[in-house]
Design a protein. Structure first.
Lengths: 544, 582
């Protein structure tokens, strides 16, 4: 008995200390979300959209007031990649920060006009690998996949050859090697540049064995479909991790089903490897004009520029590595197939480390992420994230020198946990300021002119005073976005004799207005409703 | 509609153990060549059946032929109707899932109804002809048919039972806000004259640009550029139900297109009109996809549409031209050219080139997504009216002549006056919904038979594997070299080249059983020049990427010891199995 209670106590202490120092696992994420809805029952609701094949919930935390579905909304999505723990931390952290501030006027006003749909983790199956026995960057869920399509499942995964619980790299001394040592840091391997006549001395591989002797190593391990490769835009059908067709996974469909029916969402902000916030995606007329639209339409590219400026100003981040959306990804889907403003950022990347002259360091002669990381980590006092190269006996390379070592998994894309607080704070501020740009309708110059007895002309201008259009230019083409509707709700003995009773506009662009007038026969109070789900509705009442 | 009056007593009689109690008894009938003379399940093939009618025929076939027909529901439609699938094979011979299969469905578009009857006819014919047709016996020993008469039963029933045109509805019944105004299905067709057919509205108007066709007063034609007209055409029967100034703009006729919902080359609705949320976002298609994924033995497929008399293959999109490579096209060409012979008036065409670009279609997913050689036949062609080229063009009077002389004007609703709430005095009339795209009754059975014959030819040419020979050569030191040749006797390879390229299905397994020890195994590229590739892992089962159509592969093993007895087994997902012992 005593032993058990001691163990429990130890486990509890471990949990507490983990919570403070490290990323939350699936259970920890759930507990934090539960705590939020308990603390803020008026502002936050939690719902499970589905369970993954691994039996884990896909949570949706809705933050807002009153009829949340009737207010323009931003979707905030984390866990886009299972290896990106920071993304989930940012999504949950944003919710925590926002709700903590909900007693202030500014946040109260914000939540009176904007709804946030927070999807903290789209890859709960994969993310759990970080907390598992064997640590490697995993993005695939628990769906069984035959990655090399040879008819056998999971027959050749990674192998922890040095038994340290982490999958790192493996280098093999070889006359046909295409890697060489970094001239400034011998721990790091870089590609030999054949164009410059350089010759490599190492093969660089992941830590593993060709278990099924098919000549390929680690090509079919555990780990199924990656969420950020499973969406519908430019899906890489048949590629490992992408699926045999788009939206093959439950979590993918659960998100899409919810969002397609959420007509009020005007922007999607996701945290993952793609980045169109540090630098906007430029307008490319050729791509934009293709039948299968492959580039942002010009007005949408312009808004991306404005939002990117806002992001850089608020977060103060710089030197972001360039990214290219790989296909099947969420950021591209949000714009090209969902038709909304869609933004993505990794939230953090390894800063450019300056040479420490005190240590007689010199600027790198060759830029390399691992070398830069090691220099930066040393300056930050981060230790134990590099495994020194150590010789192992390897069955696939008899008589050749094989060493295992290298950078830990996860460290290039996830900062030490203690840095996340500041990152979350800045991104919370960005998400709040983004809502300040949302499309917003106003009625100007409302006039009722009597034309004759029982006949009046009613007119006004409908203005979008927000920083974004009610619809992206591309979204105007989609029938999953509701149009701007101006509806004259005639009562008894009222008739529209001039003008249209119902008008549908494809969009009202930011900073523009549209004029309306009607000739109405009748008397008494007349109601006109104008708006759309992405900008909200205005009710206009006039006395005829 | 009471559809099965004749059939009910048959089933009752069968339950009592009395065979052959049809309208005539066995002594009174004489076999017409190529048709079942005294079927256990009588079906009248000159009319259409709703979902309940189809269900009943499927159940009767399964009950009458338990060793040939098994019936299962592969899923439910949006409104909860069963998607019936008949598995047809000789269940006494071989394992169903190890035989090459042909999948057939119909009616993906609601109004394109006859695909279901054509598919049903195929099932019925195979079962009823089995007893006395050797070819069918051999076919069903080797092959399986999976037949889903309608993959859109909601749409089918609404086409049949609700007021419609010949072209409506196209989609299933999941409701959509077509005009983006936030309201769903607020302005449907209105069957103003209450006859179940949505026909046309016309109005006399001295400024109109239409006139009565002098060749047939039922027809309306546009006047020439220098001519004065006296009518205007107001569109399909309807009123502006929601008062938004538009008529019939948000109905159920075109909610979405179920044939733009498949997982290859899928595009969203602003590029591909009719696409829904993502591939397989419609429950009926999802059920078919799941069925296909669970039946990798499907090597061939047919999805029936109407109309126009076409044997279609992909690609649906211009962007996919390179997906269909020369090797696969030669297989498609060989089978479809035979189809043109079997189907008078039908032409073999390519969707993107000869029709229009269509992304996310069923035939593209079957082929490019699963490596299955697939056609869509567009059933019914005006050619069949007078057995010569004809069109549906109103200036070509074929339609009206055919209706007058062969259908006795049963296909037309005569114009009659109507007082319309918005248009005032108008006239309503026009062709009924069951004519123009659907076969007229007397041509239904013969065209069903011809299309079935094409599918049987298609199915016949799925792979048929045979281990041709096993030879042994003594290498000395107690080592034997055992060589086997596996031949595929039909047009289709075990893996289409799209399949080989993307490794859609696992390789074919050729394995050696011996009491000796298999020390090495290899696939032979050139027997005469002694070129081969070794397979290091698991050498007793050689994995080959493909066994070509009307071609062979050769493998060999080095065996240590043993008694010289060998068995070679072939196991192919789409090619079936074969075995030879020596």
């Amino acid at each position: 008995m005593r032993k058990i209670s001691l163990l429990v106590a130890a486990a509890f202490l471990l949990c507490v200390s983990l919570r403070a120092q490290d990323y939350s696992n699936y259970a920890g994420q759930g507990a934090r979300l539960d705590a939020l809805v308990k603390a803020y029952p008026q502002l936050a609701t939690l719902k499970s959209l589905t369970k993954t094949n691994g039996g884990k919930d896909i949570w949706l935390l809705t933050i807002g007031t009153g009829k949340t579905e009737a207010k323009p909304a931003i979707a905030v999505i984390g866990g886009v990649e299972g290896s990106h723990l920071l993304g989930t931390e940012m999504a949950i952290g944003f919710a925590e920060n926002l709700l903590k501030g909900s007693n202030t006027d500014s946040i109260r006003n914000l939540l009176a006009r904007t709804t946030y749909y927070v999807f903290p983790n789209m890859s709960p199956d994969a993310m759990e690998q970080y907390f598992g026995k064997l640590r490697y960057e995993r993005n695939g869920n628990t769906t069984e996949t035959d990655d090399d399509r040879d008819g056998r499942l999971n027959e050749d995964g990674f192998d922890d050859l040095d038994g340290n619980g982490k999958i790192t790299m493996m280098r093999v001394t070889s006359p046909v090697g295409d890697y060489k040592l970094h001239p400034d840091d011998a721990r790091v391997l870089i590609k030999a540049d054949a164009a410059k006549g350089e010759k490599g001395t190492y093969l660089l591989l992941t830590e593993g064995i060709d278990n099924d002797k098919d000549g390929k190593q680690d090509e079919d391990g555990e780990g199924g479909i990656a969420f950020n490769r499973n969406l519908t835009y430019r899906h890489n059908t048949f590629a490992p991790g992408a699926g045999d067709f788009p939206a093959s996974e439950k979590e993918t469909r659960a998100l899409l089903d919810f969002l397609f029916d959420a007509f009020n969402v005007y922007a999607v902000v996701s945290f993952g490897s793609n980045n169109n916030l540090s630098a906007a995606i430029p307008y490319n007329p050729g791509a934009a004009q293709q039948r299968i639209v492959a580039g942002y339409l010009e007005p949408d590219a312009r808004v991306n520029g404005v939002i990117s400026d806002l992001y850089n100003k608020v977060t103060g981040t710089k030197d972001a590595p360039k990214t290219n959306a790989g296909g099947g990804d969420l950021m591209s889907w949000g714009y090209f197939h969902y038709g909304r403003y869609s933004y993505s950022t990794p939230g953090w990347w390894v800063p450019k480390a300056k040479a420490d002259t005190a240590k007689k360091e010199k600027p790198f002669t060759v830029e390399d992420p691992a070398a830069n990381y090691l220099r930066w980590a040393a300056q930050q006092g981060i230790t134990n994230t590099f495994t020194d190269w150590k010789t192992v006996q390897h069955p696939d390379y008899p008589g050749q020198q094989v060493e295992v070592g290298g950078l830990d998994p996860y460290v290039l894309i996830n900062p030490p946990f203690k840095m996340t607080g500041e990152i979350v704070k800045k991104h919370t501020e960005f998400l709040v300021k983004l809502a300040g740009k949302q499309p917003e309708l106003e009625v100007l110059n409302l006039k009722t002119e009597k034309l004759a007895n029982g006949l009046a002309r009613v007119s006004f201008s409908l203005v979008n005073k927000g920083g974004m259009s009610t619809h992206t230019k591309l979204g105007e083409r989609s029938y999953f976005l509701k149009k701007v509707k101006i509806d004259v709700k005639t009562g008894d003995k009222q008739e529209v004799v001039g003008g249209r009773k119902t008008t549908l506009l494809p969009a009202l662009d930011a900073g523009t207005q549209q004029q309306f007038n009607w000739v109405i026969k009748g008397s008494g109070k007349l109601t006109i409703e104008a708006g759309c789900p992405t900008a909200g509705y205005k009710t206009i009442e006039v006395n005829l | 509609m009471k559809l099965n009056i004749k059939i009910v007593p048959v089933i009752a009689a069968m339950a009592l153990g009395i065979g052959g109690t049809q309208a005539q008894n066995a002594n009174q009938v004489f076999k017409a060549a190529g048709s079942p003379v005294n079927p256990k399940v009588t079906v009248t093939w000159n009319r259409y059946y709703d979902h309940a009618g189809i269900t009943e025929i499927c159940k009767k076939l399964a009950a009458a032929y338990p060793n040939l027909v098994k019936l299962e529901s592969i899923g439910k439609s949006y409104e909860g109707r069963d998607l019936w699938c008949m598995t047809i094979t000789d269940f006494k011979k071989g394992e169903e899932k190890k035989k090459p299969a042909m999948y057939i469905d119909g009616n993906i578009h609601s109004n394109e109804v006859q695909g279901a009857e054509f598919a049903l006819y195929t099932a019925w014919y195979l079962a009823e002809s089995f007893a006395d047709t050797k070819f069918i016996q051999e076919l069903l020993a080797d092959k399986v048919f999976y037949i889903v008469p309608t993959i859109n039963p909601d749409g089918r029933d609404s086409y049949i039972h609700k007021p419609n045109t010949g072209s409506s509805p196209r989609s299933g019944l999941l409701p959509i806000d077509n005009d983006g105004d936030g309201l769903v299905n607020e302005d449907l067709y209105d069957d103003l004259d209450g006859d179940g057919h949505i026909t046309m509205m016309r109005r006399k108007n001295p400024n109109g640009r239409w006139k009565i066709d002098p060749k047939d007063p039922r027809n309306m034609i546009q006047v020439g550029p220098d001519e004065k007209g006296d009518y205007e055409i107001l569109g399909s029967e309807g009123i502006d139900n929601d008062g938004d100034g538009r008529v019939n703009e948000d109905g159920y006729a075109f909610e979405y297109d179920p044939n733009r919902d498949w997982g290859w080359g899928w595009q969203p609705n602003y590029i591909q009109s009719g696409a829904y949320k993502y591939p397989f976002s419609l429950p009926e298609n999802r059920a078919v996809m799941e069925f296909v994924m669970k039946h990798p033995n499907i090597a061939a497929a047919q999805s029936y549409h109407n109309a126009g008399g076409m044997i279609l293959r992909g690609p649906g999109g211009q962007e996919d031209v390179s997906t269909y490579n020369a090797q696969d096209i030669s297989v498609y060409d060989a089978i479809a050219k035979k189809g043109e012979e079997l189907l008078p008036g039908y032409k073999y065409l390519v969707v993107y080139k000869d029709l229009y670009s269509a992304y996310g279609g069923e035939l593209d997913w079957f082929y490019a997504g699963r490596g299955i050689y697939t056609y869509s036949n567009e059933l019914w062609t005006p050619y069949l009216m007078f057995m010569k080229d004809a069109t549906r063009d109103p200036f070509d009077n074929t339609t009206y002549s055919f209706d007058r002389y062969l259908l006795f004007q049963d296909a037309f609703v005569p114009w009659k006056e109507y007082d319309h709430p918005q248009y005032g005095k108008i006239e309503i009339g026009g062709l009924k919904k069951n004519f123009g795209r659907a076969h007229p009754g007397f041509l239904l059975e013969s065209d069903a038979h011809r299309n079935m014959a094409f599918s049987i030819y298609h199915c016949f040419h799925t792979p048929k594997l045979e281990v041709q020979d096993i030879t042994e050569r003594d290498l000395g030191d107690g080592l034997k070299e055992v060589t086997a040749t596996v031949y595929n006797g039909r047009i289709m390879p075990t893996h289409s080249s799209q399949d080989v390229k993307n490794k859609i299905e696992r390789p074919d397994y050729i394995s050696l059983t011996t009491n000796g020890k298999v020390v090495a195994g290899m696939q032979i590229e050139n027997k005469d020049l002694n070129l081969s590739t070794e397979q290091k892992n698991n050498p007793q089962t050689i994995e080959v990427n493909n066994i070509p159509g009307l071609g062979a592969v050769t493998v060999k093993w080095i065996v240590q010891g043993g008694n010289g007895k060998y068995t070679v087994n072939v196991d192919s997902r789409k090619g079936g199995t074969a075995t030879l012992a020596k």
